[in-house]
Design a protein around this ligand. Structure first.
Ligand SMILES: [Fe+2]
Length: 326
């Protein structure tokens, strides 16, 4: 992991970020700074060719959520293009405990205080800004999927090794068109001798749930692989636990790292992280199994995220690609 210390990037004088409705104009109006570009080059190099994990420390120490969003937007402006995180386009998501009438979403996911199991996000780069940390709990675990891949192979029988080349079923979570299967098939690890070509993605609850059990039967070796991933990911030699501090910006390459979160305590909104998902010009090419999730596989393309429909995605692609990143 690369840790970069810097003084607060923007002070209290920096204009507040208004609303997602103005996101594109805020993005285009934000200025490219040569000082931040140099830092951004280091960040991208570490994310694509190094550990896949960077922390930029002390970017903002105020309490305004809207100024914090401005800081995050402006830092990310030097690295890549934002992609939406919800069907109605949203480019900065607040990760906080919120009470809802939906007991299921209160117990799981980014609106809850519950632990989140090991997973990858649906983006090239996952960026988390810490506005306020929980008083207790809430640590993030970051695991190198390259180191994890090497480790689990050492614990495998020949049949498990053969199953590593299997295509696992991943739930489409209701995004399937009429007549289309409720899952798509993808390998978990796309290994390569070259670090710059390695790609992995994993969310066990998308592979194993009630819907998937009815639709697809996993072999014993496939289940062994899932168990090995979860067990080996706890080792110190493949990952580390991280307690983000106020003003920290954590960057993760979603193709070479996995992450999880421990449970935390506190009232609604007490712990607050801001999240952006980015694609960027120096990203790697993706395997064809990623087409369902990413819509575009070419290196350096605008891809990933969650969108209501393809026309909306194409509209924002056009808007953002007009902007020079580097
Ligand atoms: Fe995540």
């Amino acid at each position: 992991m690369l840790i970069i210390h810097c003084p607060p990037v923007y002070g209290e004088n920096y204009p507040e970020f208004n609303d997602d409705a103005y996101f594109v104009s805020s993005f285009k109006m934000s200025k490219i700074s040569s000082r931040i570009l140099k830092v951004a080059d280091k960040i991208i190099n570490e994310l694509e060719s190094g550990s896949g994990c960077v922390i930029l420390k002390n970017t903002y120490n105020g309490d305004s959520i809207n100024r914090a969003k401005s800081v995050l937007l402006n830092v990310c402006r030097h690295i890549g293009w934002p992609v939406s995180q919800t069907p109605a386009p949203k480019f900065i998501e607040e990760i906080a405990f919120r009470k809802t009438n939906n007991k299921i979403s209160e117990k799981a996911g980014y609106r809850s205080r519950a632990s989140m199991p090991l997973h990858t996000d649906r983006c090239d780069l996952n960026v988390l800004f810490c506005h306020t940390q929980a008083k207790s709990g809430g640590c993030t675990r970051v695991v190198s999927s390259i180191k994890l891949y090497d480790k689990i192979k050492k614990h495998m029988s020949q049949s498990d090794l053969d199953a590593m080349e299997s295509y696992f079923p991943f739930s489409r979570h209701g995004e399937n068109a009429e007549g289309e299967s409720c899952f798509y098939l993808s390998k978990i690890f796309h290994s390569s001798a070259r670090r710059s070509e390695f790609v992995a993605h994993y969310i066990r609850c998308f592979i194993e749930n009630d819907e998937m059990t009815k639709a697809f039967s996993l072999s014993e070796s496939m289940i062994n692989i899932l168990d090995l991933i979860d067990e080996c990911a706890k080792s110190d030699d493949v990952g580390f636990n991280l307690r983000l501090c106020k003003g920290d910006v954590l960057f993760l390459n979603s193709h070479t790292t996995l992450h999880s979160r421990e449970e935390y305590s506190g009232a609604e909104n007490e712990r607050l992280l801001l999240r952006m998902w980015l694609s960027h010009p120096l990203s790697r090419a993706l395997p064809v199994d990623f087409l369902h999730k990413f819509k575009n596989l070419s290196a350096g393309s605008y891809r990933g995220g969650i969108w209501g429909n393809e026309d909306v995605r194409l509209f924002y692609e056009e808007q953002f690609l007009q902007s020079r990143i580097r």
